[in-house]
Design a protein. Structure first.
Length: 201
């Protein structure tokens, strides 16, 4: 076991929402700032944030002093390119594993991240469980990074790789400490469970 890094995917343009979700305010903070706070509160180091759409604006408006921004010039091709960019940047660190979070999931708490991080090891593969479903965060041990990056195309991210490695994949129940939904529209933001707005723990 070891300390995992965190990788926050925040490069999308948020086309359905009408603006990059990294710049969306939720509970008095930008979503990208909440995600960084969540990862750091869970003990992840380093915390890297992949930026793409309106990256200069995100850098100017968001407090990313506690994170390492990673630019993804290919962000428009989908989430897979952001995962590849983030994993490539993490190779220069000593992280044994990485917890991957999506910027548009404010209901993912530090408690949920800690549950995944507890299994951090070079060969680890774990995903958060929400009832009968699965979602983020996802834990990827370092020995998997090369193959994950090779299979991350379009918007699939690590999904295909995890499906092929289902026998090795640990599902970590998180529905008692987190909400697994994302924000695709303004209606999603308005209707999100009110308790989530209060914090990241």
């Amino acid at each position: 076991m070891g300390q995992p890094a965190a990788l926050i995917l925040a490069a999308g343009a948020g086309r359905r929402y009408g603006r990059p979700k990294a710049l969306l305010e939720f509970g008095g903070r930008l979503l990208v700032e909440r995600a960084v706070d969540t990862a750091r509160a869970a003990g992840c180091r380093p915390v890297q944030v992949v930026l793409g759409a309106q990256a200069p604006v995100v850098r100017a408006r968001a407090d990313l002093a506690a994170a390492v921004p990673v630019d993804n010039p290919d962000w428009a091709s989908g989430m897979g390119s952001s995962l590849r960019a983030g994993l490539a940047a993490l190779r220069a660190t000593e992280a044994v594993a990485v917890v991957v979070l999506l910027v548009d999931m404010p209901g993912v708490t530090a408690a949920a991240v800690r549950r995944l991080a507890a299994f951090a090891a070079p060969d680890a593969l774990a995903v958060a469980g929400y009832g009968a479903g699965r979602g983020h965060p996802v834990l990827l041990g370092r020995t998997h990074w090369t193959e994950v990056a090779a299979s991350a195309v379009g918007d699939t991210g690590a999904r295909g790789y995890l499906r092929r490695r289902a026998a090795e994949l640990r599902v970590v129940p998180c529905d008692d400490v987190a909400v697994g939904g994302d924000l695709d529209t303004e209606a999603d933001r308005v209707s999100f469970p009110p308790g989530v707005v209060r914090g990241t723990s």
